[in-house]
Design a protein around this ligand. Structure first.
Ligand SMILES: Nc1ncnc2c1ncn2[C@@H]1O[C@H](COP(=O)(O)OP(=O)(O)OP(=O)(O)O)[C@@H](O)[C@H]1O
Ligand SMILES: [Mg+2]
Length: 513
């Protein structure tokens, strides 16, 4: 679908700035339609001497005159006469227009849209004289406001230059309107604005008082008066009520076009209650913060437990008992490490590599002895992994790394020991995400009669329980082949010189339930 910019570039000689002026107008004109209870249309004079309907907006406060969409068509009838006359004179003009299907009781107000020193388009208000709202104070006030905007458009003072406000949550006329006079006093408050004031505890009749006299935040109005520019501001008026305010200053249309010499003669303040919107934002934020805080505390508790166990080790005499408790301490520290990572991450999942890297460092520091130097490397990153998978998997990984050191590189092996961890996220046959973890060492290798199903050690029991029962994954252990080392040049170099063939352990864990 062609936009206003497309129409203007194709059919007129308007430059970038002129087109920008019209785009700004159209991005703001919803509130103008609401103030005048009628359809607004924007007409462009084309290079071929025609008038093209370039944009159309309907009012949220009144009935539309046109069910059909005329954007992209040209006008021929009385409309053309009124539009052209207003464009040439540079004045606002009004006249009767024919409407298909009715007995012709409709009118058009044509407003020349000035940019620089000449009109560049014509904005029209088109309405039926038959239907329409009963005139009351609201109707009179809104129409008068519309008249002031019309004067500013004719004088080139509206729309304001610069980027338009974010219109998706920006308040509209139906949300609540306060009309401010040139003394910054409230001259009119729409029923919805009165309700908004009630909600923040301002029950008094606001007319005739300034906002600060009413005890209402007035910085948007003050800034709009001082700077002569629209101001959008969000503030907590009370502990429960958050308001979004949009203040548009009004000028006399005969003011100088030089912005510094203009005097603000009033303003329109649109108010929207966004408390519910913000409450939801805050709730989501705080839920996230709470989860992180819990991870932080779990980490602290685990650290306390591991310190207590370490104290206990010092009182033990049996070497076997010391080793057993030391191992528990290592397992607990691994889990603490995962919670520490989770406490730093927003949300419920983690980049798995953020856990694996510190885990390898922990293992490097605590597992190896100086006479058996082993190098640890990691390939790939495994992507993001839910916390429910990351925690057991990091315990599993610690066991596997420990086994590689304990059983792969016994005394007397020559060559350099290396352990590689490969992380890879894949999709299975049903297109579900699967995390594939491989731990490869170039050590002594598995005993020929080794069978994981019969392994009775605690380490592999933990691995089996967590991977198959808790995570619903699979484990495979086998002797390594040269192809397994290809991904790592260091391991490749070390392969021939070590005593054993090496071991590969492959875990596959589904990531979606
Ligand atoms: N990377 C490996 N290289 C060679 N053999 C291994 C490797 N990993 C495991 N094994 C073999 O599997 C056996 C079982 O390992 P498991 O971790 O269950 O027990 P453990 O290491 O002996 O004792 P624990 O882990 O309870 O301290 C080991 O004794 C070893 O023979
Ligand atoms: Mg073990």
């Amino acid at each position: 679908m062609a936009t206003l910019g497309d129409f203007a570039r194709q059919h007129t000689d308007l430059g970038k700035e002129g087109i920008g002026h019209l785009q700004n107008l159209v991005s703001e004109w919803g509130i103008l339609a609401d103030f005048c209870f009628a359809d607004l249309l924007l007409y462009l004079p084309t290079k071929t001497d025609e008038w093209l309907v370039a944009a159309h907006v309907r009012a949220a406060t009144g009935q539309t005159l046109y069910i059909a969409d005329f954007v992209g068509s040209t006008v021929v009838d009385d409309r053309r006469r009124i539009i052209e006359s207003s464009y040439r004179s540079g004045e606002i003009e009004e006249g009767e227009i024919p409407i298909d299907g009715t007995d012709g009781a409709a009118r058009m107000l044509a407003i020349p849209v000035r940019h620089g020193n000449r009109p560049v388009a014509v904005l029209t208000r088109e309405w039926s004289t038959r239907s329409g709202r009963q005139p009351g104070e609201l109707e009179r006030t809104y129409l008068e406001i519309f008249g002031r905007f019309a004067g500013m458009i004719r004088g080139g003072l509206f729309p304001f230059p610069g980027r338009a406000a974010d219109s998706s949550i920006s308040p509209r006329v139906g949300d609540g309107v306060l009309v401010i006079d040139d003394d910054a006093k409230v001259r009119y408050a729409s029923p919805n604005a009165v309700s908004a004031l009630h909600r923040v505890g301002i029950g008094a009749n606001s007319v005739g008082q300034t906002l600060s006299e009413l005890g209402f935040t007035d910085s948007a109005v003050r800034q709009a008066f001082e700077r002569g520019e629209p101001v959008v501001e969000e503030f907590d008026q009370t502990a429960e009520v958050t308001l979004l305010a949009r203040c548009i200053p009004l000028f006399h249309d005969d003011e100088k076009s030089d912005a510094r010499e203009r005097r603000v003669t009033g303003a329109v303040l649109l108010l929207r209650d966004v408390s519910e919107l913000r409450r939801r934002d805050r709730l989501i934020l705080s839920k996230d913060a709470t989860i992180r805080e819990i991870h932080h505390r779990v980490k602290n508790n685990l650290q306390t437990i591991s310190s207590l166990l370490r104290l206990q080790v010092r009182r033990l005499d049996s070497a076997e008992a010391k080793a057993a408790v030391d191992e528990s301490v290592r397992r607990i520290r691994t889990i603490a490490l995962v919670h520490e990572t989770l406490s730093r991450e927003p949300g419920d999942d983690v980049a798995f590599i953020e856990i694996v890297r510190p885990l390898l460092r922990l293992v490097e520091d605590s597992l190896q002895s100086p006479d058996r130097p082993v190098r640890f490397v990691v390939h790939g990153d495994g992507g993001r992994v839910p916390a429910t998978v990351a925690t057991p998997l990091s315990v599993v990984l610690t066991e596997l790394l420990q086994n590689a050191v304990d059983h792969g590189f016994r005394e007397g092996l020559t060559g350099r020991g290396s352990v590689a961890v490969q992380l890879l996220q894949e999709t299975d046959a049903d297109n579900h995400a699967v995390l594939c973890v491989r731990v490869i060492d170039n050590g002594a290798g598995l005993a020929p009669d080794f069978d994981i199903a019969n392994a009775t050690g605690l380490g592999l029991s933990i691995v089996r329980t967590l991977v198959t029962t808790e995570l619903g994954g699979t484990i495979a252990m086998r002797r390594a082949t040269p192809a397994d080392y290809d991904s790592d040049a260091d391991m490749q170099a070390a392969f021939d010189t070590t005593a054993g063939p090496g071991t590969v352990i492959e875990l596959r864990v589904p990531l979606s339930a």
